[in-house]
Write a protein that binds this ligand. Structure first.
Ligand code: IZC
Ligand code: ZN
Length: 426
C-alpha cells in the first residue's frame, strides 16, 4: 500500500514524454521527436509513473480515485522528464579562479597543468579535504543542480590520484547517493592525470591504476564506470586502452575523455573498446565519429567547457547527422567548467554546436540517461519509470534554450515526491 497519496499532474500545455526511448539512445531524426502530448497528464504513485496521456484519457482511467490524489495544475506549463547530467567532477575541494585569470592573460589549460596547476591544483585541495568537507561542498552543488531540474548526475573521482583519496571521493559520492534526493552514478577516474612524482615514469602510475586501484574499486563496489583522460601530455591511447580494458575485466564499463584539447584518436579508441560514452570530442576525427556511430558509443558533449576554455565546440550537428547519439553535460569541475547550469548547456548546444532545441532537450534527458546506463529508469515519461519530472514557468520547450541564463524550473518531482516548489527546495 502506498505510503504517499498519488500525484496527479494535469493539463501540461506541452508534456515532453520522449516515449519509446528506454531501450536505446535516440539518434538521427529521432533526436528531434520529443513525443509531446498537449494537455498532457501523469498519474504518479509509489515513486513511479503509472500512466501518461491526455487529461481526458487519465480522467477516464482514474475517475474512481481522484479524491485520494494530490493534484498539480500544469495548465499553461511545460513539463519534461527530470534532467540528467552524465558527466560531472562533482566531488572536489577548492576552486581555480587564479587559473581563470591566467588564461584570460593568455596561458593555456595544458600550460597551467604542466606547471603543476590545473587538475594537480584541485588534487592537492581534495587530498587535504576530509570526507565531511567534500560532502558539504558537493552537497551544495547537488542542491544547485536540483533547483535547475537536474534529478540524476554522474560523478567521477580523479582528484585523488592515489588510492586513499580516490576511495574517499567515491565514498563521498556513495553517501550523497544515499542521502541526497538526486540519484548519483559513480565513475572511477584514477587515470585523470599523472601525479608529478610519476612524471618521468608514467607507466608505473598506469601499473598502479590497473593493478591496485581498479581491482579494489570493483571489489568494494565503489563505481560502475572507469574513465581516463586520453590526451597528449596526459595518457596516451595505448595507456588509455590498457586502463579501460583492465576496467572491463573487472566489470567497470568504459568511458573516455577523448580529443578534448588536440586530435588524439580518442573517439576511435572509444569505439574500439566499446565505451558507453566518449566525452568532449572537440577535436574528434571524422573516422572516429563514424566508428562511434557503428559502435553505438554515446557522444557526451560539453559546450560549457569549450566556452570556458575559449575553444571551438564539438560539431554536434555532424555527429547527429552521422548517426551518433549525442548527450550534453555541464562537465561540472573547478578548472574547465565551473557550472551546474545544464539549461545553459542546452543553449550553448544550439548556438555553438548546431543542435535544435528539441535535440538539446533529448540530449539532457534520455540520451544523457543512456550515457550512464540509466535509460531504462529515467530520461523519459513512460509507465513504470521513475517519477522524475520538472514543471517550468514557460509553456514551450524551446524557451529553455532560447531564454538563456535563467532558471525556468519551478516544480521538481523526484521519485514521485515534490522536492522543489515555486523554485524553492521543500
Ligand atoms: O581541469 C579539471 O579539473 C577537469 C578536467 N579534466 C579533463 N579536462 C578538464
Ligand atoms: Zn570531465
Amino acid at each position: 500500500m502506498s505510503t504517499h497519496s498519488p500525484l496527479f499532474l494535469r493539463h501540461a500545455t506541452q508534456l515532453v514524454t520522449l516515449a519509446g526511448s528506454s531501450k536505446a539512445p535516440l539518434t538521427g531524426n529521432a533526436m528531434e521527436d520529443l513525443k509531446i502530448i498537449e494537455d498532457g497528464s501523469v498519474w504518479i504513485e509509489d515513486g513511479r509513473i503509472q500512466a501518461v496521456g491526455t487529461d481526458a484519457e487519465l480522467l477516464t482511467q482514474y475517475q474512481d480515485r481522484l479524491a485520494e490524489a494530490k493534484e498539480i495544475d500544469a495548465t499553461g506549463r511545460l513539463v519534461t522528464p527530470g534532467l540528467v547530467d552524465p558527466h560531472t567532477h562533482l566531488v572536489h575541494a577548492g576552486s581555480r579562479e587564479n587559473e581563470f585569470e591566467k588564461r584570460l592573460q593568455g596561458a593555456t589549460y595544458m600550460e597551467i597543468m604542466a606547471a603543476g596547476g590545473g587538475i594537480h591544483s584541485t588534487t592537492r585541495a581534495t587530498k587535504e579535504a576530509d570526507h565531511e568537507q567534500l560532502l558539504t561542498e558537493s552537497r551544495r552543488r547537488l542542491d544547485a543542480f536540483l533547483l535547475q531540474g537536474v534529478t540524476t548526475v554522474e560523478a567521477k573521482s580523479g582528484y585523488g590520484l592515489e588510492w586513499e583519496h580516490e576511495k574517499k571521493q567515491l565514498e563521498v559520492a556513495q553517501e550523497l547517493n544515499r542521502t541526497h534526493v538526486i540519484d548519483i552514478v559513480s565513475t572511477f577516474m584514477g587515470a585523470h592525470a599523472v601525479p608529478s612524482k610519476y612524471r618521468d615514469r608514467p607507466d608505473d602510475f598506469v601499473d598502479l591504476v590497473v593493478n591496485e586501484m581498479i581491482p579494489k574499486v570493483a571489489r568494494l563496489g565503489l563505481a560502475e564506470f572507469n574513465d581516463v583522460f586520453c590526451e597528449r601530455g596526459v595518457f596516451t591511447p595505448e595507456q588509455s586502452r590498457r586502463i579501460l580494458e583492465v576496467g572491463k575485466k573487472h566489470g567497470l564499463a568504459p568511458k573516455i575523455h577523448a580529443d578534448e584539447i588536440e586530435p588524439y584518436a580518442g573517439a576511435e579508441l572509444a569505439a574500439e573498446v566499446g565505451a558507453v560514452s566518449a566525452d568532449h570530442l572537440l577535436r574528434a576525427s571524422k573516422e572516429g565519429i563514424r566508428a562511434m556511430a557503428e559502435a553505438g558509443t554515446v557522444a557526451v558533449l560539453l559546450p560549457g567547457t569549450a566556452f570556458f576554455l575559449m575553444a571551438d565546440s564539438a560539431d554536434a550537428r555532424a555527429m547527429i547527422d552521422a548517426g551518433v547519439a549525442v548527450a550534453l553535460s555541464t562537465d561540472c569541475n573547478p578548472g574547465s567548467s565551473p557550472t551546474v547550469s545544464l539549461p545553459l548547456i542546452m543553449n550553448l548546444g544550439c548556438l555553438k554546436m548546431g543542435m535544435t532545441p528539441a535535440e538539446a532537450l533529448t540530449a539532457t534527458t534520455i540520451n544523457a540517461a543512456h550515457a550512464i546506463r540509466r535509460g531504462h529508469e529515467v530520461g523519459s515519461l513512460e509507465k513504470g519509470k521513475k517519477a522524475d519530472l520538472v514543471l517550468y514557468d514557460v509553456s514551450d520547450y524551446r524557451s529553455l534554450q532560447y531564454a538563456y541564463g535563467v532558471n525556468h524550473a519551478r516544480t521538481v518531482i523526484k521519485t514521485g515526491q515534490v522536492v522543489v516548489r515555486d523554485g524553492l527546495r521543500v
